[in-house]
Design a protein around this ligand. Structure first.
Ligand code: ZN
Ligand code: ZN
Length: 359
């Protein structure tokens, strides 16, 4: 945490920010280690405070050992003002993306009666910028979450069969992952079979799996707050030869995407490497989402691999590579891995098999 605070202070210095008010929960956890539901941080050039209430003060002191923990009690604004005064804050930046308009108005209202003037200013994506680069501790936790998802896929292969409901597959998977140590599903589990596999975001439904179905399974685990994200598509026999061909197209597209990743490359260049290949195969219009997204304390965070992202990839970033081809009303295929960006390439963190599996 000390290194994260140092990096944040460097960034604050370059952006001319003397004090930052952090309310977003992932950002709060990232900087302080505090995992409770309620709390906010105040970070100045020399001090760091964690403001919470009586329900969480004990936990906060245990988890956020580098922070001064302040109990906001039942007069939170007054307490906050005292902390701001003690820290000598004249100019306070808030997280523009995460402070609701109502909370902003409340705060401005409070400021009217204060003797000491306070300049309230918006800051964008400051902590998110730091979170783009995962440190060793984070990479360990992400790998554990990825390993759990791999175990989940191996388990799915033992229970998937014609006659089972999508929802039951999802429930069995989630129960299994929880027993293995996952804190919960990374996001609502996607089990999309038969024609539903053409829905890029087909969360598990009442549909019962049939022979000849493609089954897209997209899910993840959470370990110490860190997420994983894995998609595999399998087929239930007998499979039309067309699906096997299409599967290999998606697999090759995904291989190209992973091969295109290295330090210095723009997100949009990696996306284009995959999109151009799928288009050349004649399926361009059936790949309708971006190629990938960052993963960490949030399931979707920066950087994105999309046609719009001009930012350069750098070592320590963790992204998904997830091309898909979806033929409306018929079926779809997606393959997704989590990879770590390195100087000269990408290291694939997930180990689940990717060859065509017909069950
Ligand atoms: Zn996914
Ligand atoms: Zn994903």
């Amino acid at each position: 945490m000390a290194t994260r605070l140092t990096r944040l202070r460097q960034l604050m210095l370059t952006e001319g920010i003397e004090a930052l008010w952090v309310r977003q929960e992932d950002n709060r956890r990232y900087l302080s280690g505090f995992t409770g539901d309620s709390g906010q941080l105040l970070i100045t050039a020399t001090e760091q405070y964690l403001l919470t209430d009586g329900r969480f003060t004990e936990q906060a002191r245990a988890e956020a050992t580098e922070f001064q923990v302040v109990d906001l009690g039942n007069k939170p604004w007054e307490q906050f003002r005292e902390v701001l005064a003690a820290a000598g804050v004249r100019k306070l930046h808030f997280e523009a993306e995460h402070l609701s308009y109502a909370a902003y108005q409340d705060f401005v209202e409070q400021l009217r009666d204060w003797q000491q003037p306070l300049n309230l200013l918006p800051a964008r994506g400051l902590v998110e910028k730091l979170r783009l680069y995962k440190d060793e501790a984070e990479l360990d936790l992400i790998q554990k979450a990825v390993d759990l998802a791999d175990a989940g896929f191996a388990y799915l292969l033992t229970i998937i069969r014609p006659g089972i409901r999508e929802r039951d597959l999802a429930l069995e998977l989630e129960y299994y992952l929880a027993r293995q140590g996952s804190e919960g599903p990374s996001f609502e589990t996607i089990i999309a079979s038969g024609p539903r596999s053409a829905l890029p975001h087909g969360v598990a439904s009442e549909r019962i799996l049939q022979p000849g179905d493609l089954v897209v399974m997209d899910f993840g685990a959470i370990y110490s707050g860190y997420h994983s994200d894995l998609t595999r598509t399998v087929a239930l026999a007998p499979v039309a030869p067309e699906w096997r061909r299409l599967y290999n197209t998606v697999l090759e597209a995904q291989r190209l995407g992973i091969a295109a990743i290295c330090s210095g490359r723009e997100g949009r260049e990696v996306d284009a490497a995959v999109r151009d290949y799928i288009s050349a195969c004649g399926y361009g219009e059936y790949f309708r989402h971006s190629l990938g997204h960052g993963v960490g304390l949030a399931i979707h965070e920066g950087p994105t691999l999309s046609s719009r992202n001009e930012n350069k990839l750098a070592p320590g970033m963790v992204v998904t590579v997830e091309p898909g081809i979806y033929l409306p009303g018929r079926g779809g295929i997606r393959i997704e891995d989590v990879v770590l960006v390195q100087e000269n390439g990408a290291r694939v963190l997930s180990r689940s098999p990717k060859e065509f599996i017909e069950l």
